[in-house]
Design a protein around this ligand. Structure first.
Ligand SMILES: Cc1cc2nc3c(=O)[nH]c(=O)nc-3n(C[C@H](O)[C@H](O)[C@H](O)COP(=O)(O)OP(=O)(O)OC[C@H]3O[C@@H](n4cnc5c(N)ncnc54)[C@H](O)[C@@H]3O)c2cc1C
Length: 807
């Protein structure tokens, strides 16, 4: 009886705590009632009295404002005030940049799924679709990646001209300045298509549309700067680049040593107030051919020509690259991907103040400008390239796995290869879903800094896995470089995507959770602000936020446990086969939020240095986000029955990653009692999520090696030439021929007719026709199929002379 009452009571409390946000005093009152019931149910009197006394003391302490302020809030505030790590202006800018959107829902532990499902589904306007079907297809047909990466080590001149003429550099520039004014979705789709053909061409188009002068000018430029530069950038008369990174300042870009000293100097024959610049930058994309350089430097005013401050902070300016003192034009060689990239420097380059983006008023605001705008491009550029890589790998590997036979069987039918194919299919479906959801948010005006960091980091890492799998499936066919290799350059380019726009290790371990915890938490920023503040009401403000914080954590912990014990109590906005995944997201969201609170309470500012812990929190947040993106995609595409295996695989994979991340935090948390508490909250019945099973594996692999509407949807958006002489067109042709001839080969096999290696193939077919075992059309088809398969599996070879002549 006692245990029964205990369990019922526990559930009643969990339900109340999970569903209703109780104030702390009411919550304590509830505990007292629970205690009385326990006593009635048979608990021994002394124990009940002890518990009642403890609860009573806590109740009095927390319910009496004066006592609570004196014994709880004040000491805690003092402790936090002392232990808070100092926050630089640059960190502050990063934390305050952008908006909070669906990431906030996931982080706060009680996601409102309507916010996810009412996000408009991505759609293209007629003009955007026409641009994809017209100039983008035309550009793709012009791109020969071997010629670009090996022969020319640059885009051919006609490609440069085509890109400028069709305003590929102007997707983010409004029509009033002559730009294409595309949505984020269209921008992403254009990049995807080009990237499926040539990474070098995609990066070339990507950079001016991402973090470049245009983006900064649009947001902060003066009218004169916009009127002058934007039409020129849109028409391709100016080639822009943006230079932040230097030899000593990489990830810690806010530490740039490049200086700008406010002084008087001569410009255009007159003496004006301006800035004398000295800089050394490296890795700058488009730098070697840029005509206008967006430059980030640290501004100083030692003579107080502008005011009382000497250290003005990071500033961004536009520097025409033909100015005296500018050194630009040399190239780096980023893993043989032949886009323009190189160092540049400036010695005593004098610019008037109106070269500062936004004019003199924006001196010192450069870091905030960069952080705010970086979040937009970061959500489009590399995620789109990753999705393109995924689709390209899935498409080519599926075709290759069908046409390539070993042991008289298509390699795609072997379970070992199926494992790789299934992973590629599921991950590509997931990456595409993540990108669709993110650009949809951008198109509604959101600037979700945490989400864009998530898709940058997790899509590029996922792409790395998919490209590795594609290489494995292709064997030597992917390894031998030459004009016929469609994977090698992509494989080489992976570390570039991992490193740029926020290197992945740093983004995972420092930024996502750090920024997410600070931005999305409903009370943390208030508490920190109140802890740092002086003034009489600071303690009161701290106390109010603290009490709300405790109630919030309690509710999340209770919700996590409740949903962990009875999953069906968790909410789902839909019925059917995907409902369980919504429920699991709700459960893990509550668990992650409660655990994050506990980790913050236990470690305080030291959590910033526990990157392995904060990296795992980032994993949990990211995989919940990607899982929700998969569910949204499934709804947006009309719950296609044949896509269900992809949806199941992607959700199960994501939720398994969430579980592993939370488990990793618990296993490695430095304070064990805290970890035990976390485990009770997150896994009251143990870890029960499993990765996708072999049945799903077979279903996903089959999708890749068999043409279908689902396969088409999976790879939709990349450039696939219908020309059987084209690299990928050849592969598709050979796949179709393989499928057409399989039934004929089966028929022959049943009749005991198998081609022997010592027989001439065409003579063997001829003999079969003469023996009425094949008709002539079937024999012709077999002969053509053999030829097209041979063409598809062949790799390039070179004479010693041409080989040693290769760069
Ligand atoms: C091909 C290419 C194109 C580029 N284009 C441009 C451009 O157009 N404009 C521009 O300004 N820059 C550009 N960059 C620079 C790019 O943004 C930097 O390379 C990047 O910021 C990383 O700096 P780094 O290479 O110096 O690495 P480092 O900063 O030296 O980092 C090395 C490793 O340490 C990790 N790390 C560093 N600090 C931490 C930390 N606190 N916690 C955890 N891990 C950490 C990083 O994640 C990374 O894995 C480009 C770079 C490349 C390679």
């Amino acid at each position: 009886m006692f245990w029964f009452v205990l369990v019922v009571l526990l559930f009643a409390m969990l339900i109340l705590l999970a569903k209703v946000k109780l104030s702390l005093t009411r919550w304590l009152g509830l505990l007292v009632i629970a205690d009385v019931i326990l006593m009635l149910a048979g608990m021994s009197m002394p124990v009940v009295v002890l518990i009642l006394l403890l609860i009573g003391a806590a109740g009095v302490l927390f319910a009496t404002d004066a006592l609570r302020l004196k014994w709880v809030s004040r000491p805690l505030r003092n402790y936090i005030r002392k232990s808070l790590p100092p926050m630089s202006d640059t960190e502050k800018a990063a934390i305050e940049a952008g908006t909070i959107w669906w990431d906030g829902e996931l982080f706060r532990g009680n996601p409102d799924f309507s916010r996810l499902l009412t996000t408009p589904k991505p759609a293209l306007s007629a003009a955007e679709q026409a641009f994809l079907d017209g100039p983008t297809d035309e550009l793709c047909a012009m791109l020969d990646d071997w010629q670009i990466s090996h022969d020319l080590r640059d885009l051919p001149p006609d490609v440069w001209t085509f890109i400028r003429r069709h305003r590929f550099f102007a997707m983010v520039i409004p029509a009033q300045y002559g730009g294409l004014e595309f949505s984020a979705h269209a921008h992403s789709r254009v990049l995807q298509k080009i990237a499926s053909r040539s990474t070098a061409a995609a990066v070339t188009v990507m950079v001016p549309n991402s973090l470049g002068p245009a983006e900064l000018l649009l947001a902060y430029g003066t009218k004169a700067q916009k009127d002058y530069y934007l039409p020129r950038l849109a028409a391709g008369d100016e080639i822009p680049c943006f230079a932040l990174t230097g030899p000593t300042a990489g990830s810690d870009a806010s530490a740039i040593p490049d200086t700008g000293i406010v002084c008087r100097g001569e410009f255009g024959g007159e003496e004006v107030l301006g800035i004398k610049l000295n800089w050394e930058k490296r890795y700058i994309t488009l730098g070697p051919v840029a005509t206008v350089l967006g430059l980030a430097f640290h501004a100083y005013d030692p003579e107080h020509l502008l005011g009382k401050h000497e250290d003005l902070g990071i500033t961004c300016a536009l520097i025409p690259t033909d100015m005296p003192g500018v050194e630009i034009g040399r190239r780096h060689d980023p893993l043989n991907i032949a886009f323009m990239n190189g160092p540049n420097s400036g010695k005593d380059v004098f610019i008037p103040l109106d070269h500062i983006i936004g004019g003199p008023a924006m001196i010192g605001k450069g870091w905030r400008m960069l952080v705010e705008r970086l979040s937009i491009g970061r959500g489009i550029s590399l995620p789109s390239l990753s999705v393109a890589a995924g689709k390209m790998c899935v498409d080519s590997s599926g075709a290759y796995a069908r046409l390539r036979k070993q042991f008289h069987t298509s390699i795609g039918r072997f379970e070992g290869v199926e494992e790789a194919l299934a992973r590629m299919a599921g991950l590509t479906y997931l990456m595409d879903a993540g990108e669709r959801l993110t650009v949809s948010a951008l198109d509604t005006g959101e600037k979700p800094a945490v989400v864009t960091a998530i898709v940058k980091r997790y899509l590029t890492e996922t792409m790395r896995q998919v490209v590795d799998d594609a290489m494995d499936v292709h064997g030597g066919r992917g390894i031998c470089m030459g004009p016929s290799n469609y994977l090698g350059r992509l494989y080489q380019s992976v570390p570039v995507a991992i490193t740029v726009e926020g290197a992945n290790i740093l983004t995972r371990s420092l930024m996502i959770f750090g920024q997410g915890a600070m931005r999305c938490h409903p009370y943390l920023q208030q508490e920190i602000a109140a802890a740092r503040a002086d003034g009489d009401d600071a303690l009161q403000r701290f106390d109010t936020a603290l009490m709300a914080h405790l109630a919030y954590t309690t509710a999340n912990a209770a919700r996590a446990m409740l949903y962990g014990i009875i999953g069906s109590l968790a909410p789902s906005p839909v019925a059917g086969s995907s409902a369980r995944y919504y429920r699991q997201i709700a459960r893990y969201s509550a668990a992650t939020s409660a655990m994050a609170d506990l980790a913050l309470m236990a470690l305080g500012g030291a959590l910033k240095r526990k990157e392995a812990i904060s990296g795992r929190f980032a994993d949990a947040m990211a995989w919940m986000y990607l899982c929700s993106a998969v569910l949204k995609r499934f709804e947006d595409e009309g719950r296609q029955r044949s896509d269900e295996p992809l949806m199941h695989w992607a959700c199960q994979h994501s939720l398994y990653q969430v579980q592993q991340a939370l488990d990793g935090i618990i296993r490695n948390f430095p304070y064990r009692p805290v970890a035990w508490k976390m485990r009770v909250w997150a896994f009251p019945l143990g870890r029960r999520a499993s990765p996708p099973d072999d049945k799903l594996m077979h279903q996903l692999a089959e999708i890749l090696i068999e043409p279908s509407a689902t396969r088409k949807r999976l790879v939709e958006g990349i450039y696939i030439s219908a020309d059987s002489d084209d690299l990928i067109g050849r592969l598709h042709h050979a796949m179709r021929m393989t499928i057409h001839t399989e039934s004929i080969e089966r028929k022959l096999k049943e009749q005991g007719q198998v081609h022997r290696p010592d027989q001439d193939y065409d003579e063997w077919l001829h003999g079969l026709v003469a023996a009425f075992m094949l008709n002539q059309a079937e024999a012709d088809l077999l002969s053509k199929a053999r030829l097209s398969i041979r063409q598809a599996v062949m790799v390039d070879d070179f004479s010693t002379e041409t080989f040693t002549d290769r760069r």
